[in-house]
Write a protein that binds this ligand. Structure first.
Ligand code: SAM
Length: 393
C-alpha cells in the first residue's frame, strides 16, 4: 500500500470518490485479488483514485476489529495500525468527565477523538499530518460528532487553550519501534515542558515502557489489557491522576475491572507450592500489583523473582489464571514425561514463567499418547527450576 496524499483523499471524499468506493467494495477485494480489482476499477475511474478506493476498502475490512463503523471510515495502513480502538478509547475518555473540552494532541485518524466525543467532550484535535487530520474529521462524522481540527506541530506552534488533553505520541518510524520515551514523537517530556505546571494530560505509551522512564513523571501509570492482551500503559498527570499504579482489564464485550495500588496490609513470605497456583494477568504484573493481588486472594509468592502465587484454597479472581496443582517436579525431562505417561496425559499446554527450559524441544521429544490434557508451568520456586503439572480452574 502506498498511502494517500491530501489531493487524493479529497477526491475520495467527493462524489466521484463515493462512487469509486462503492465500485471498489462491489468487487469484494482481497489483498490477493488487489491487481484484478484495480484493473476493473481503472476502466471507470482515474488510476490514483481507483488505487485509493481499493486500499480504503481493504483497510476498512482490517479496521473492523477496532471500529464498529469501520466500513465508512478512512485510514492509511500505518495510521490504522497505531490507532486506538473503540473499547479502550471510550474507557480512557471517561477520565475526562470533569472537563468539557479536551485536546487530542497527535490525533492520527481519530481513534481517541472518537472516544472523547462519544463521552460528550468537545474535542480539539491536532496533528502535524494534514492527511490524518482530515481522516480524523471524517471519521468523527461517521460517529455523528464534530470537533475542531488543527494542523500544527505540537513542539513548535502555539498550543490551543484547552483545560485538559490526551496525547498518543508516535512510537515507531520506518518499521522501527522506539523504546525510550525520549524518542517518541512528540516526546512526552518536551510536550509537558510546553504546558502549564500540573496540566491534566494523559499519555498513551507502550505496555513495555520502562519504569526508569515512567519514574521521571509524577503521575499514575495504568496498564490496560483488552480481552487478556496487554495493550498499553497510560501516564495520567495533574488532576487526571487517581493513584500511583493501576491495572485495568477490559473486554470487547464491555466488562471492566480495575485494581489500584491500595495499601498492602502485609508483605507475604515465600512458601512452597500448595494446592493452587495463580498466574497474575500481565497488567497486574506490570503495575507491580502482585502483592496487592496476593492480599486479596489470600495467596503467597513462590519465588523472589517469578510473580506466581500459591494458596491452599481457591479464590475466584479475574486478575489471574488459576490452576489446581497435581504435581511439582524438578526440571528433569525424563521425570516429567514419566509422570505425564503414567497419568494418561497425551496433550500439554506449556506455560513458561522465568524458566530456562526449552519447552519446544522438550515437547518434541515426548511422544505422549494418553487421553488427558494438562498444563505444565515451567517456572522457578524458591530459586529452583520446576515443572508444575496442573489443570485450569
Ligand atoms: C500514534 S498516532 C495517534 C493515533 C491516534 N490516537 C488514533 O487513535 O488514531 C501519533 C500521531 O502524532 C502525530 N505527531 C507526531 N509528532 C507530532 C508533532 N510534533 N506535532 C503534531 N503531531 C504529531 C503523528 O502525525 C501521528 O498521527
Amino acid at each position: 500500500m502506498i498511502g494517500l496524499n491530501l489531493t487524493t483523499l479529497n477526491s475520495l471524499l467527493g462524489p466521484t470518490g463515493v462512487s469509486a468506493l462503492a465500485a471498489a467494495s462491489a468487487t469484494g477485494p482481497t489483498e490477493a485479488k488487489y491487481l484484478v480489482a484495480l484493473a476493473g476499477l481503472r476502466k471507470k475511474f482515474p488510476a490514483e483514485l481507483s488505487r485509493a478506493a481499493i486500499e480504503t476498502v481493504l483497510l476498512r475490512q482490517k479496521a473492523a476489529v477496532k471500529f464498529t463503523r469501520a466500513n465508512a471510515m478512512y485510514f492509511s495502513k500505518e495510521a490504522l495500525e497505531v490507532s486506538s480502538g473503540e473499547v479502550i478509547a471510550r474507557y480512557r475518555a471517561e477520565r475526562y468527565a470533569r472537563f468539557d473540552c479536551v485536546g487530542d494532541f497527535g490525533c492520527g485518524i481519530g481513534g481517541d477523538a472518537i472516544g472523547l466525543a462519544t463521552a460528550n467532550r468537545t474535542v480539539v484535535a491536532i496533528d502535524s499530518d494534514p492527511v490524518r487530520l482530515r481522516m480524523a474529521e471524517e471519521n468523527l462524522k461517521v460517529y455523528g460528532h464534530s470537533g475542531n481540527f488543527i494542523v500544527a506541530d505540537l513542539l513548535t506552534e502555539p498550543l490551543p487553550l484547552v483545560p485538559a488533553a490526551f496525547a498518543d505520541p508516535g512510537r515507531r518510524s520506518e518499521g522501527k519501534r522506539f523504546l525510550s520515551l525520549a524518542d517518541y514523537a512528540p516526546p512526552p517530556g518536551e510536550l509537558i515542558a510546553r504546558l502549564p505546571k500540573n496540566f491534566p494530560i494523559g499519555f498513551k505509551l507502550a505496555p513495555g515502557a520502562s519504569w526508569e522512564d515512567l519514574g521521571l513523571f509524577p503521575g499514575e501509570v495504568e496498564f490496560i489489557s483488552v480481552d487478556g492482551e496487554l495493550k498499553e500503559s497510560v501516564l495520567w498527570l495533574g488532576a487526571l491522576r487517581t493513584t500511583a499504579r493501576r491495572a485495568t482489564l477490559l473486554t470487547s464485550a464491555g466488562s471492566r475491572l480495575t485494581m489500584d495500588a491500595e495499601t498492602v496490609d502485609e508483605r507475604r513470605d515465600q512458601v512452597e507450592i500448595g494446592a493452587y497456583l495463580y498466574d497474575p494477568e500481565a497488567a497486574v504484573n506490570r503495575a507491580g500489583l502482585v502483592p496487592n493481588l496476593a492480599s486479596r486472594i489470600d495467596a503467597s509468592p513462590i519465588d523472589a523473582v517469578v510473580q506466581l502465587l500459591t494458596a491452599e484454597d481457591h479464590r475466584e479472581t479475574p486478575f489471574a489464571a488459576a490452576y489446581r496443582v497435581e504435581a511439582v517436579l524438578p526440571l528433569d525431562a525424563k521425570k516429567i514425561s514419566a509422570w505425564l505417561r503414567s497419568n494418561d496425559v497425551g496433550r500439554i499446554t506449556a506455560v513458561k514463567r522465568g524458566s530456562l527450559a526449552d519447552t519446544d524441544e522438550l515437547q518434541s521429544k515426548w511422544k505422549l499418547s494418553g487421553s488427558k490434557h494438562r498444563f505444565v508451568l515451567f517456572t522457578r520456586a524458591a530459586s529452583q527450576q520446576v515443572a508444575v503439572i496442573a489443570e485450569r480452574v
